[in-house]
Design a protein around this ligand. Structure first.
Ligand code: PNS
Length: 159
């Protein structure tokens, strides 16, 4: 059984994330989407909210599970029988940072990292950009799942 992890902050999950998760779900027996608990980072959504949204938008995939983690990703992998990390690469600008993390994770615990090129439809997409555009009234429909779009609008309306 091959269990892999798609880790991230997912603040909030975008269609780019979902594209990678769904493609990983087609390749591996089980995909764990792992949301980093990082108390030092200011986020728009709490960890619980991010986990709940991810569970909602991945519920049609029988082999995708959403969990949270803190500390080192390699420790989460060891505790959960995960042998590889699957990440999306959007552009060359992602490469350096991703390569450093991949090499560190391999050095720490021989955890492999497999990169998938993102769907070109989403190669410009990142959660922070979505939040920025939505905050100032820009249209982000089609960039995040409809469920997330509603949650995003509601949260931004609270401010
Ligand atoms: O969505 P993000 O914020 O780019 O995701 C980054 C994430 C969560 C994959 C990365 O920060 C991570 O794995 N953090 C856990 C701590 C850790 O293991 N750090 C060393 C990685 S080399």
């Amino acid at each position: 059984m091959q269990r892999v992890v798609c880790p991230g902050s997912f603040d909030p999950v975008t269609n780019g994330h979902l594209d990678i998760v769904s493609r990983a779900a087609g390749l591996y027996d089980e995909v764990v989407v792992a949301v980093l608990i990082n108390i030092t980072k200011r986020t728009l959504f709490t960890v619980d909210e991010r986990v709940e949204m991810l569970r909602e938008v991945t519920k049609s995939y029988g082999n995708v599970h959403v969990e949270r983690f803190h500390g080192l990703l390699v420790d989460f992998c060891a505790a959960n029988g995960i042998t590889a990390v699957v990440k999306g690469l959007r552009a060359v600008s992602d490469f350096e940072y991703e390569m450093q993390m991949a090499q560190m994770n391999y050095r720490l615990a021989k955890v492999e990292t497999l990169f998938m090129t993102t769907n070109p439809l989403y190669s410009f997409l990142r959660s922070s950009l979505v939040k920025d555009v939505a905050r100032y009234g820009g249209d982000v429909s089609g960039l995040v799942p409809d469920y997330v779009l509603e949650r995003l609008r509601a949260r931004l309306a609270e401010d």
